[in-house]
Design a protein around this ligand. Structure first.
Ligand code: ZN
Ligand code: ZN
Length: 152
């Protein structure tokens, strides 16, 4: 987001804008972005200082690492603040600054719930929905031989 200092009136101005996430060049490790970057701030230019404060939000999605269900999670930064020197006629680019805020706030969540039971490794059924009967039928091949052992 770029702010032209000359466009800020006395008393400041509210800026509400959605910007494409591509402009922010962020590669999340565990999630992906599914909305633009929503910016809602108040900008003020007072005695050579640009002061911008407000909130930034973006919607992210990830796949549960156990059951593959999509996890939607918004990143919300309520206390966005930029305070830096500026002069009349200047255009201040806040993209890099906003980028830092988003990176810090990225979710690290990798499970839909901490109790996620995941998918059955044999039939692929989502065990959160209902149990399958593989566990009763399935015998770990490492111990399969024990069935045949006779203890005398
Ligand atoms: Zn899950
Ligand atoms: Zn199963």
């Amino acid at each position: 987001m770029k702010i032209e200092i000359d466009r800020i009136p006395d008393g400041g101005m509210d800026i509400e804008v959605d910007e494409p996430v591509e402009e922010y060049d962020i590669e999340p490790v565990f999630s992906r972005f599914v909305s633009p970057v929503h910016i809602s701030v108040h900008a003020d230019f007072i005695s050579g200082q640009l002061l911008v404060r407000g909130s930034i939000s973006i919607e992210t999605a990830a796949d549960c690492s156990r059951c593959l269900k999509e996890i939607r999670e918004p990143v919300v930064i309520d206390d966005y603040l930029f305070d830096g020197p500026a002069s009349e006629g200047e255009t201040i680019d806040l993209t890099g600054n906003i980028r830092e805020y988003i990176i810090i706030a990225l979710p690290m969540k990798r499970l839909c719930t901490t109790e996620c039971k995941g998918l059955c490794p044999h039939c692929g059924k989502d065990l959160n929905v209902s149990a399958c009967d593989c566990s009763s039928k399935w015998v770990d091949p490492r111990f399969g031989g024990l069935d045949k052992l006779k203890f005398e």
